[in-house]
Design a protein around this ligand. Structure first.
Ligand SMILES: NC(=O)C1=CN([C@@H]2O[C@H](COP(=O)(O)OP(=O)(O)OC[C@H]3O[C@@H](n4cnc5c(N)ncnc54)[C@H](OP(=O)(O)O)[C@@H]3O)[C@@H](O)[C@H]2O)[C@@H](O)CC1
Ligand SMILES: [K+]
Length: 503
């Protein structure tokens, strides 16, 4: 699904108004109704609703919601942030409708003295500013936001927490942004919803469809997307009746070193459960017995070194290569990694220590085969590409890194972000904090390798691997909760994850 900038959303909004066609006030009513529906299903009408309303359409939405909630017998009070300019257009119409309805206390806030008491059991509906925010909050708006945040009441943000920009918040002061318990956004999530530093501001966010024009949505171009079940399912290829293990490729996994053989086992198992036909796990001599007994389905290639990666088998027989989990960064392994890059494997996924080694040799970046998949966590990405001040800057850097080096970057996180050499960006929507556990990354690398080998294209393998990995985590969480979940549980749930997508 596409993610648009707030500017593009405003264009789609206008297109809808002109081509559906629908009057601005009616579109506002339709959007507000979605929120009303959400509220009445979750809140008892014994809770007082305090609406904080700004000068634009976000405020107009809040006014419409207040009227509809009052009609459902909720006790509502409206506080309009008065900049002395008066309301215009649809917000003005909605104000007038409230006046005529006569059920809601209406107050204009012209100074801090007008701020109301906010009881801890009240529910604040934040309709101060939405996607039309043009600058960080200051003055009365800032004081009001700080006051609301201090009270600790439940806050439901209309469209976006007031004060937060939809994309770039690098110049914003996040202490002046509403801290919502829930954010109910219209039709599309904003890009800034996918950034970790905004988690506490957004609370749980949900997208409410408001029937924006499908033609505008399909023709509007954007590099930004988020992954859905439907899209991922469309990537999965059913197996042919007469296929055999040779049909599904032969993966080579280079992993493990003395003291880190568990990573090789996890990645090997994940690779096999990802569906590769054959797997050879290349490990140092010390790991031979271990890998043979823990992963009997894998063949074993033994390094000349007892302890670490120093060489690799002829690549001709392999349809994809994965390197990195538990590798260590010793100089012999560094040399071997360079030789591997020079051997130019057709399909390559690099993780963990392979990335750490790479980041010490920027002059090797040019050796990366085109469309290699790199799977760094944020610290590894920082070592590879440099530091950034915030997630927006990091996203731009990640996009540039992919384009400039012709590689796919899978930046792991709550919403793992996948960037392609053509500039396209995908955010993952599966997974949970239970997956923040040792070996989780090794499992992802193995899974992506297993998909690459079959062969899925590098683009497909990255998207499918990330989504399935998160989905397996969500299914495992139902069984173990978050704390007790370990990386091996993810592999055990790959089967259910595939079934869930193809049922
Ligand atoms: N997506 C859709 O299709 C639909 C969207 N809808 C809704 O529309 C919302 C967007 O509405 P919007 O464009 O009117 O902008 P909004 O955020 O209400 O505020 C703009 C006002 O605030 C002012 N202002 C800005 N920054 C400020 C600051 N720091 N401090 C003080 N003032 C500031 C600015 O004035 P100015 O910058 O000129 O001073 C202007 O007056 C969207 O979030 C959603 O809720 C639905 O109704 C239906 C369908
Ligand atoms: K808002």
């Amino acid at each position: 699904m596409k993610i648009f900038t707030t500017k593009q959303i405003a264009e789609i909004d206008q297109y809808t108004i002109q081509n559906e066609p629908i009057a601005d006030i009616d579109l506002m009513e339709r959007a507000s109704l979605q929120l009303v529906n959400w509220l009445i299903h979750r809140l008892s009408n014994e809770r007082k609703l305090l609406f904080f309303v700004g000068p634009g359409n976000n405020g107009g939405d809040a006014l419409s919601i207040a009227r509809q909630m009052a009609d459902c017998d909720y006790s509502c009070e409206v506080y309009l942030l008065d900049f002395g300019k008066g309301l215009k257009g649809s917000p003005a119409i909605n104000w007038q409708r409230l006046v005529e309805q006569g059920k809601v206390k209406l107050v204009k806030i012209a100074s801090e003295a007008d701020f109301p008491e906010i009881p801890a059991d009240a529910v604040v509906i934040d309709g101060l500013f939405g996607s039309g925010l043009t600058r960080p909050l200051d003055g009365l708006a800032e004081s009001l936001v700080v006051r609301i945040n201090d009270r600790g009441a439940m806050v439901v943000a209309v469209d976006i927490p007031s004060g937060l920009f939809g994309e770039d918040n690098s110049q914003n002061d996040l202490s002046k942004v509403i801290r919502a318990s829930h954010t109910l956004t219209f039709q599309f999530p904003k890009l800034s919803f996918f950034f970790p530093e905004h988690e506490q501001l957004l609370g749980d966010w949900e997208v409410l469809p408001i029937g924006l024009h499908p033609e505008a949505i399909s023709t509007m171009r954007t590099p930004f997307h988020f992954l859905t079940d439907k899209y991922i399912t469309s990537l999965i290829r059913p197996r042919g009746k007469f296929s055999h293990k040779g049909t599904y490729g032969h993966a080579l996994l280079i992993a493990g070193s003395y003291g880190k053989m568990g990573a090789a086992v996890l990645a090997s198992k994940a690779c096999l459960r990802g569906g590769t036909g054959l797997l050879t796990s290349h490990v140092p001599h010390t790991g031979y017995g271990f890998i043979q007994s823990c992963v009997p389905e894998a063949m074993c290639s033994i390094d000349a070194s007892d302890l670490m990666f120093t060489e690799f088998p002829d690549l001709k027989s392999f349809s994809a290569v994965g390197v990195g989990p538990g590798l260590g960064c010793k100089s012999n392994s560094q040399r071997a990694l360079k030789e591997l890059l020079l051997a130019n494997p057709q399909k390559l996924v690099l993780d963990a220590d392979a990335l750490n080694i790479l980041s010490q040799h920027e002059d090797w970046y040019g050796l990366l085969p085109k469309n290699s998949i790199l799977t760094p966590h944020p610290k590894e990405f920082e070592r590879l590409a440099g530091e950034t001040a915030d997630s927006w800057s990091r996203l731009l850097l990640q996009q540039w890194f992919s384009k400039n080096h012709g590689v796919i970057v899978v930046l792991k996180g709550a919403h793992t972000c996948i960037t392609f050499p053509n500039g396209q960006v995908y955010f993952n929507t599966t997974g949970n904090p239970g997956m923040a556990t040792a070996g989780s990354g090794d499992v992802l690398t193995g899974l992506i390798l297993g998909l690459l080998a079959q062969p899925y294209s590098p683009e497909e393998a990255a998207l499918l691997g990330v989504y399935l990995h998160g989905l397996a985590g969500d299914l495992a969480m139902k069984q173990y909760g978050q704390e007790a979940l370990i990386a091996g549980d993810l592999i055990d749930h790959f089967g259910k994850a595939f079934l869930e997508l193809t049922k």
